[in-house]
Design a protein around this ligand. Structure first.
Ligand SMILES: Nc1nc2c(c(=O)[nH]1)N[C@H]1C(S)=C(S)[C@@H](COP(=O)(O)OP(=O)(O)OC[C@H]3O[C@@H](n4cnc5c(=O)[nH]c(N)nc54)[C@H](O)[C@@H]3O)O[C@H]1N2
Ligand SMILES: Nc1nc2c(c(=O)[nH]1)N[C@H]1C(S)=C(S)[C@@H](COP(=O)(O)OP(=O)(O)OC[C@H]3O[C@@H](n4cnc5c(=O)[nH]c(N)nc54)[C@H](O)[C@@H]3O)O[C@H]1N2
Ligand SMILES: [Mo]
Length: 763
């Protein structure tokens, strides 16, 4: 057996052998196509691979389990997917399996020495597994015994609030609805989810300003926009199908303004693999203006834009949309007063940019009527994230760019059904109206007290307040901040149980007893009572549509997620339950009927979800109505923090490489950034490298001292990169050990994964 040179919870620190090229200036094209096919056909035979790809994102096929970017209404008959969608499919549809003999051969401790890449390469989890108290290995267990044990433990808890039910964003609407129903009947609102670490800041900001925690644009708006602002998002890697929409937008005359500390290839230019020209290397330039803002320099930048626009409005008029402002908003006076307080040059200085480039971009905003604002994790994972997003909303509001064609908000979601899960009630702070409906429909009194979000759940576990941690998907240990702290937290639980498709590090850091519940994925055929079932999901633009698994499951021991909830409910609530679990499971149409009766916007769910392409959920701002406290769109006054860095300190953002889906590592390359065969890298400004007495290729250790605690991430390779001075970048999840549990966004409690103050020391 290999020795454990490091705590199990941390990714091994050995280096894999870096090679570096200059970063690319165009995304996709032929290399992406060949790369995608290699992944798919490397993981399964040709027939299964072809079937998988032919059904991906087709109206009668399955929804891509990768990102939440919407499918165009006019879909190409084949190939409505991207390189990274194909990798996600290869990851899930692989025919390799992890069965009991694997766990008999490898102890939990030994598996802890494997990298995340090695863990996920083992294949699909194929049978339920159990780790008894004190055991060194997982052993097989029957499903009935597994549910009996978990149900018994849940029943024994002193209070239902000693259970935590986590959700990751791949869970279907049907499974999510049942899961929250079970948890609430059991008696808790402890539903932390991946959203807490992701777009929670967007939800909070948009609810406060526009009255709905979702974006307002439809895909079609991209083709009517004058200007598309893309801030803190790397679509070339994380939402590659968005590039086709941007290409079409450009052809229709839109301009693109990018705000990002890194020059991301996918934002510079795109070569469309679905066209012959694209395959031959013809490309469309995307960004018209590229502002390499300092990390968290966005609020001062947006304020500088507002100041510039206000000045122009005072001088010449015609810049603000006064009809919209007067009819639909409130708070403009306070906003303008606030803007007057700031000094233009100081704002630009705080954004890390120069006057000319900011003025050029501001001029573009000034002359545009229809503006779309897109953003992702670069805005949401900061201390002042909610304020950043509200400031972007201010900018859209003064231009009247909400609720008309070609304009609006576009928080680009991550997981393929993270938005749907929230609609279904996966929320630690459910609205009263939702709980009232549950009560009315099911006849039990759901708990009213808010539950734990992700950060609160970790803290509660750490304090020994949680007996059972149950995860519907995801990789809680590696996705959350402060990995060592979270590991200690998980170890205090009596039971940790994970419903999973693939092996990950969360299976290795366990409570006293642990369970692995292998489930069907999106691509797998789901048959209940002899009938093929489908599920439904909601994409980033509020379209609900169906997804039908087509592939034969790799093992006959896999259960669907809804079935897992049914069995858990039966084992825990038994005959006392008010819900007819077995009936609901007999046909997923029954689950959808329950959803229809409980959640607004799902009228004729079963009929409309069967329409090819699905249906749109209602969206106030899209139609120009705002269900806020004032019944108007609210202008807001926002603040920002700058970093008070001491000598040797840097601000670190943790980002995704091109070869990963969150904590699932597909490979060791970050092709567009020109970094190959290594994930333990730190991207640094060349001047900073020199000042720190380092050279490219040096090995360094990284430290964070937030709250007087020392956090360490050892052995990273220095890579010179075009990034603003004093800003550095590392990959998630290797650097999560440095993200302090106590550092999170005001109001949304999203960990500040894009702004961690670190020290860098030569090894
Ligand atoms: N292939 C693939 N697809 C994915 C995922 C994946 O891991 N792999 N993950 C999915 C999920 S869950 C999500 S949430 C999304 C994530 O999608 P993204 O948000 O695009 O992912 P990140 O890599 O976190 O990139 C954040 C971007 O923000 C920039 N940035 C960092 N800090 C700042 C800042 O202070 N200001 C500004 N303006 N920019 C900043 C970074 O340079 C980077 O380009 O993608 C989803 N899709
Ligand atoms: N430092 C840092 N930390 C971050 C981020 C960051 O940018 N920086 N990003 C944050 C964000 S945006 C997010 S969304 C979270 C992600 O947090 P999570 O959603 O918890 O993490 P994932 O890595 O997406 O989860 C991967 C696991 O999900 C399981 N899985 C995959 N498909 C299915 C399925 O269909 N059903 C079930 N039951 N299981 C499945 C597999 O076992 C796989 O190992 O991480 C957050 N953490
Ligand atoms: Mo996410």
């Amino acid at each position: 057996m290999k020795k454990t040179p490091h705590p199990i919870e941390l990714t091994p620190e050995q280096l894999t052998g870096i090679s570096v090229e200059s970063p690319k200036e165009v995304a996709v094209g032929l290399p992406a196509v060949t790369n995608a096919l290699q992944h798919v056909f490397g993981a399964m035979d040709v027939r299964r691979g072809a079937k998988a790809l032919l059904n991906l994102n087709q109206k009668d096929g399955f929804d891509c389990p990768s990102c939440a970017w919407p499918d165009p209404d006019e879909r190409s008959r084949t190939a409505e997917y991207c390189e990274n969608g194909a990798k996600a499919i290869a990851e899930e549809a692989t025919t390799k399996r992890v069965m009991a003999d694997f766990f008999a051969k490898h102890s939990i401790e030994e598996l802890g020495t494997w990298s995340d890449y090695e863990l996920s390469q083992q294949g699909r989890l194929g049978e339920p597994m159990y780790k008894p108290q004190g055991a060194t290995h997982y052993q097989p267990i029957s499903w009935s015994e597994l549910f009996r044990k978990i149900g018994t433990s849940l029943k024994k808890l002193a209070s239902p609030d000693e259970a935590v039910f986590y959700t990751s964003g791949r869970t279907s609407n049907e499974a999510a609805f049942l899961y929250q129903l079970f948890g609430r009947e059991f008696g808790t609102n402890n539903f932390p989810d991946c959203s807490n670490m992701c777009h929670e800041s967007s939800g909070v900001a948009l609810n406060e300003t526009l009255g709905i925690g979702k974006g307002s644009v439809k895909l079609d708006d991209f083709y009517k926009a004058d200007l598309i602002i893309i801030a803190g998002q790397n679509p070339g890697t994380n939402h590659p199908r968005m590039l086709s929409a941007l290409e079409k937008a450009k052809k229709n005359g839109a301009k693109i303004l990018v705000i990002n500390p890194l020059k991301e290839a996918g934002l510079i230019a795109f070569s469309n693999p679905q066209t012959v020209g694209g395959l031959l290397g013809y490309k469309t330039a995307l960004a018209d203006h590229y502002l390499q803002v300092r990390i968290n320099g966005d609020v001062p930048l947006f304020k500088a834009f507002l100041k510039y626009l206000y000045k122009a409005e005072k001088n010449t008029g015609g810049v603000f949309d006064w009809t919209f402002i007067n009819d639909k908003t409130q708070g403009i006076e306070a906003l303008l007063e606030d803007i007057e307080k700031y000094d233009f040059e100081q704002l630009i200085c705080d954004s890390g940019l120069n006057v000319n480039e900011v003025e050029d971009a501001a001029e573009l905003i000034k002359s545009s009527k229809n503006i779309i604002g897109c953003w992702a994790m670069g805005l949401t994972q900061h201390k002042n994230a909610v304020d950043t997003i509200r400031e972007l909303v201010n900018l859209l509001l003064v231009k009247g760019s909400i609720g008309k064609p070609g304009a609006g908000t576009c928080p680009v979601r991550g997981h393929s059904n993270v938005q749907g899960d929230r609609t279904m009630g996966i929320w630690e702070a459910p609205p009263k109206a939702f709980l009232d409906k549950i009560q009315e429909q099911f006849g039990f009194d759901p708990p009213r007290k808010h539950g734990y979000n992700t950060v609160e759940a970790i803290k509660a576990m750490h304090e020994g307040k949680v007996g059972v941690f149950f995860a519907m998907g995801g990789n809680f240990l590696s996705a959350t901040p402060d990995t060592s702290f979270t590991a200690q937290a998980l170890r205090t639980c009596g039971i940790t149980a994970h419903v999973s498709t693939k092996l990950n590090r969360s299976h290795l850091v366990t409570g006293e007893e642990a369970f692995i519940l292998p489930c069907l994925g999106r691509t797998d055929e789901d048959i209940q009572q002899g009938k093929v079932q489908f599920v439904s999901v909601e994409n980033s633009m509020g379209v609900v549509h169906r997804s039908i698994g087509k592939l034969r499951p790799v093992s006959d021991q896999l259960l669907s997620e809804p079935d897992i909830v049914r069995r858990l409910a039966n084992a825990t609530l038994g005959a006392y339950s008010h819900v007819h679990w077995d009936f609901l499971l007999g046909d997923y149409d029954h689950i959808r009927e329950s959803i229809e009766r409980t959640i607004p916007g799902f009228e004729n769910y079963n009929q409309r979800v069967r329409q090819l392409g699905g249906f749109y959920l209602p969206n106030g701002p899209r139609e120009g109505t705002f269900k806020t406290s004032t019944n108007k769109a609210n202008f807001t006054i926002n603040e920002y923090t700058t970093f008070d860095l001491k000598a040797h300190e840097f601000v670190m953002m943790t980002i995704r490489s091109h070869d990963q889906f969150n904590t699932t590592i597909y490979g060791l390359d970050d092709r567009y950034r020109g970094i190959f065969n290594e994930r333990r890298v730190i991207l640094m400004n060349p001047t900073d490298i020199e000042k720190a007495g380092l050279v490219a290729g040096d090995r360094v250790d990284l430290f964070n001292y937030f709250g007087g605690e020392k956090r360490t991430a050892p052995n990273f390779v220095v890579v010179p990169y075009s990034i603003p001075q004093l800003c550095v970048a590392t990959y998630f999840p290797e650097a999560n050990t440095l993200v302090p549990i106590g550092s999170y966004a005001n109001r949304s409690m999203t960990p500040t994964s894009k702004a961690v103050v670190i020290e860098i020391r030569h090894r």
